[in-house]
Design a protein around this ligand. Structure first.
Ligand code: B1M
Length: 222
């Protein structure tokens, strides 16, 4: 692992956003995710490596430490912010999709759930795969998905959930969408889900990661 990747992983894991950020105190004055991502890109480290070898493992470490009561919500939030400033710099590399769009993809994190990093990543990769994105944000119920479908008939829909307590809300959203537009392609994703859960709520496809989501959407578009 390159030194820059290792430092970026550490910056995101400890929630060091940029050099002037006072948090965490032990990293005061050091480069943060903002500077280290820019340096990695400048050094021709691939955006995929930045994502897969630094950002995603950093968040996995944060999640493990949260489970072990070694970090708490504020630290998770700082890590999410650090990841956000890094992802913003990667976006242009992933969002250079074909000029002619393959279709529209409506995406949101479901009702009750505020986790948006995975959803943003999926939106970014799908956009890069040549789709127009309608991002409804977080805490989205069936009414908003249906309204978006009214504005974008025939669009595919993606639902994200990170909590076992909110993934169950996907069932109602799928039901609502099916009543309004039965043929809508609905894909679901997020850490606590699996293919069996997807089938049980009547969604069309479970995508474990953004790339699988892109591949599925490209299959249904062709
Ligand atoms: Co929260 N959180 N969190 N959190 N958080 C988890 C999810 C948790 C696993 C941590 C833990 O206990 N180890 C745990 C859930 C337990 C459970 O239900 N099984 C948890 C908890 C408990 C909570 C709170 C309840 C904590 C509290 O308040 N006591 C609270 C809930 C708030 C709410 O949503 N109502 C909460 C809050 C937060 C923050 C706000 C502080 C922050 C989110 C900030 C933000 O998103 N802007 C946060 C964070 C950062 C995490 C962890 C550490 C990281 C999540 C993340 O961004 N991962 C997380 C632990 C973990 O994941 N290991 C945790 C990186 C991201 C790239 O991965 O989102 O999994 P992920 O997305 C992946 C795939 O899942 C997939 O592709 C992505 C890339 O591979 N994917 C899709 C996701 N959506 C998809 C959709 C698709 C296809 C693929 O198609 C449509």
């Amino acid at each position: 692992m390159s030194d820059l990747i290792a430092r970026l992983l550490e910056a995101v894991e400890f929630g060091k956003i940029d050099q002037k950020s006072p948090f965490p105190p032990q990293m005061r004055g050091m480069d943060g995710a903002l500077e280290l991502t820019a340096q990695a890109l400048e050094a021709s480290v691939s955006p995929v490596a930045i994502l897969e070898e630094a950002l995603i493992p950093a968040m996995a470490n944060v999640g493990r430490k949260f489970s072990e009561n070694k970090v708490f919500v504020p630290q998770m939030l700082m890590s999410a912010k650090a990841m956000g400033v890094s992802m913003a710099q990667l976006k242009p590399f992933f969002a250079s999709g074909a000029l002619r769009k393959k279709g529209t993809f409506i995406v949101g994190t479901v009702k009750g759930d505020l986790h948006d990093i995975g959803k943003n990543l999926v939106a970014m990769m799908v956009e890069g795969g040549g789709w127009s994105i309608v991002d409804l944000g977080v805490d989205v119920g069936s009414d908003k998905f249906i309204e978006a479908l009214r504005n974008h008939p025939g669009a595919a829909v993606g639902l994200s959930a990170l909590l076992t307590t909110t993934m169950v809300n996907m069932g109602d959203i799928v039901k609502g969408i099916r009543e309004h537009a039965p043929a809508t392609q609905i894909l679901v994703g997020g850490a606590p889900l699996n293919a069996e859960f997807c089938r049980s709520i009547g969604a069309d496809y479970y995508a474990p990661d953004p790339q699988t989501a892109v591949e599925y959407l490209n299959r249904i578009a062709s």
